[in-house]
Design a protein around this ligand. Structure first.
Ligand SMILES: [Zn+2]
Length: 103
């Protein structure tokens, strides 16, 4: 897969607390909650756009990587949940796809 442009969104203190408490609980771990909250944690998102209906969406980068982990794809393509048969791609490739389709 080609390198994707991601948007980094800082995770709120509340969310960090929730995550580390969940992790400690479910994984039977003992991470220092206060220490963890002091760290800067980001979620990375990839902006997606549908080639057919133009619907914009965001997906977590990690989730996208997981979905295409075993696929040897150049650009990840998803099916649009809003229109029938639309192809959703990371919006950074939009111009490239438009040019390709004009040929
Ligand atoms: Zn669509």
């Amino acid at each position: 897969m080609r390198k994707l442009i991601t948007k980094k969104i800082p995770v709120s203190e509340e969310e960090k607390r929730q995550r580390v408490e969940d992790y400690n609980y479910f994984e039977n771990a003992n991470i220092d909650v206060e220490e963890f909250i002091k760290r800067d944690i980001y979620d990375e998102y990839v902006e997606l756009i549908c080639l057919k209906c133009g619907h914009k969406d965001e997906i977590e980068y990690d989730l996208l990587l997981e979905m295409f982990e075993f696929d040897d794809v150049d650009v990840p393509e998803l099916e649009c949940p809003f229109c029938k048969g639309g192809t959703v791609i990371p919006s950074q490739f939009l111009d490239e796809y438009k040019k390709k389709n004009r040929k």
